[in-house]
Design a protein around this ligand. Structure first.
Ligand SMILES: CC(=O)SCCNC(=O)CCNC(=O)[C@H](O)C(C)(C)COP(=O)(O)OP(=O)(O)OC[C@H]1O[C@@H](n2cnc3c(N)ncnc32)[C@H](O)[C@@H]1OP(=O)(O)O
Ligand SMILES: O=C([O-])CC(=O)C(=O)O
Length: 374
């Protein structure tokens, strides 16, 4: 492990509370959800099992999983008032703004009246988020009012079905499932911390999640998968990729999809999504985006010892599945909702309002000069 000073700006290296939900970089590069390695989960279970694990504490039994899937399937419909709001949002709006508004509007229509309703609210959001983004997208871009209820058992397949108007292939359904697993939870990252700060005031679940969506939107966090796609899409080949990146590094520009606030050597999610991106590239029949991504990865390590985070190979993987770039970060929302909601519940269970102090660096105490003399 490279030795790096973690203290200082951005609260880096400081513990801001306890969690039993996940560990990030504990053994240098690992990621666990409630004790399970993310690699083990991505290989052996479905996203609905991971959501259940994160929200309810344990992996479900077969009966519990069947009941949970049935329950979520029954919660995919959207209220008419929400559909009307979504229909009024223009096609050139940022889809993360659509998610934020959709979540907030649902909070008006299905308000969490008591914390005893928190699990129901979380499940409802989990079921409704793909419907919200796809309803808006298909209406604003194709002029179609879609039926948001499909028979797909899995949320990832359901999302692709709503987006493309047909059930996805087994490969695409599997990759979406893995992707949702990889994005589900990540300790005290910026958006989760936003949710916890909001929860610490004893606010409602929709407010916590709406705030978290706003934090995830930025290119230094979830927005990096879209920014990574914009970076690679015009790279003609490996040589061109290296040339583009070298230029950016010389100009001291940030390369989106690289680096991490906690991991120092690698992001354990990268190797998993990278493998799936390679499989998708073969199926797609044009592996340019995969090859330039591999070239970027090598050059960034060579030049800066910076590694791909979870977002980088997600860009090519999503693209190979026909997902428009601007919908990349909303997919992250559909998954991370599980982590956010579980953190809200954990905060509520042992709450004290989050209110740190600041070191004052402003002017010395002084007297007000009357307005006429200023
Ligand atoms: C799912 C996720 O949210 S993963 C993160 C997604 N975000 C991105 O991909 C955006 C690009 N990456 C970054 O901006 C950063 O790496 C962050 C925001 C993720 C982490 O930020 P920090 O914790 O401040 O990074 P860190 O302290 O490791 O940075 C060390 C140095 O590497 C540089 N660096 C870090 N990441 C990058 C990058 N992607 N491109 C170029 N230089 C970088 C920093 O500028 C810093 O240089 P300096 O010391 O000369 O100022
Ligand atoms: O932990 C972080 O800072 C960012 C991240 O990778 C995530 O939220 O998945």
């Amino acid at each position: 492990m490279t030795d790096k000073k973690l203290s200082g700006a951005g609260l880096r290296g400081q513990s801001a509370g306890e969690t039993s939900l996940s560990t990030v970089g504990k053994s240098g590069s690992g990621l666990t959800y409630r004790g399970y390695d993310v690699k083990d989960l991505a290989e052996n279970v479905s996203f609905e099992e991971v959501a259940y694990l994160i929200l309810y504490g344990e992996l479900p039994t077969e009966t519990q999983l069947a009941a949970y899937r049935q329950k979520l399937k029954g919660m995919r419909g959207l209220p008419q008032a929400l559909k009307e709001v979504l229909e009024r949002i223009p096609a050139d709006a940022h889809p993360m703004d659509v998610m934020r508004t959709g979540c907030s509007m649902l909070g008006n229509l299905e308000t969490e009246k008591d914390f005893s309703e928190q699990s129901e609210v979380a499940d409802r959001l989990l079921a409704a988020f793909p419907s919200i983004i796809c309803y808006w997208y298909r209406y604003s871009h194709d002029g179609v009012r879609i039926d948001t209820e499909t028979h797909d058992d899995q949320i990832g397949a359901h999302f692709l079905h709503l987006l493309h108007g047909e059930a996805p292939s087994a490969l695409h359904a599997r990759v979406m499932d893995v992707s949702l697993i990889l994005y589900a939870e990540h300790e005290f990252n910026a958006s989760t911390f936003t949710a916890r700060v909001c929860a610490s005031t004893l606010s409602d679940m929709h407010s916590c999640i709406t705030g978290a969506i706003g934090s995830l939107r930025g290119p230094l966090h979830g927005g990096a998968n879209e920014a990574a796609m914009e970076l690679i899409q015009d790279m003609r080949d490996e040589d061109h990729a290296r040339e583009v990146l070298k230029g950016k590094l010389e100009r001291k520009e940030k390369i989106m999809g690289f680096g991490h606030a906690i991991y120092r050597e690698s992001d354990p999610r990268n190797v998993i999504i990278k493998e799936w991106s390679e499989k998708l590239a073969q199926e797609y029949g044009d592996d340019r985006l995969y090859r330039v991504s591999v070239a970027c990865e090598a050059l960034m390590w060579e030049e800066k010892k910076l590694f791909c985070n979870a977002d980088f190979f997600h860009a090519s993987a999503y693209h190979f599945m026909g997902i428009p770039t601007k919908l990349f970060t909303p997919i992250f929302v559909c998954s991370r909702l599980t982590g956010w909601a579980a953190h809200v519940m954990e905060q509520r269970a042992n709450n004290r309002i989050i209110r740190p102090s600041a070191d004052y660096v402003g002017v010395e105490p002084r007297k007000v000069t009357p307005l006429s003399e200023r």
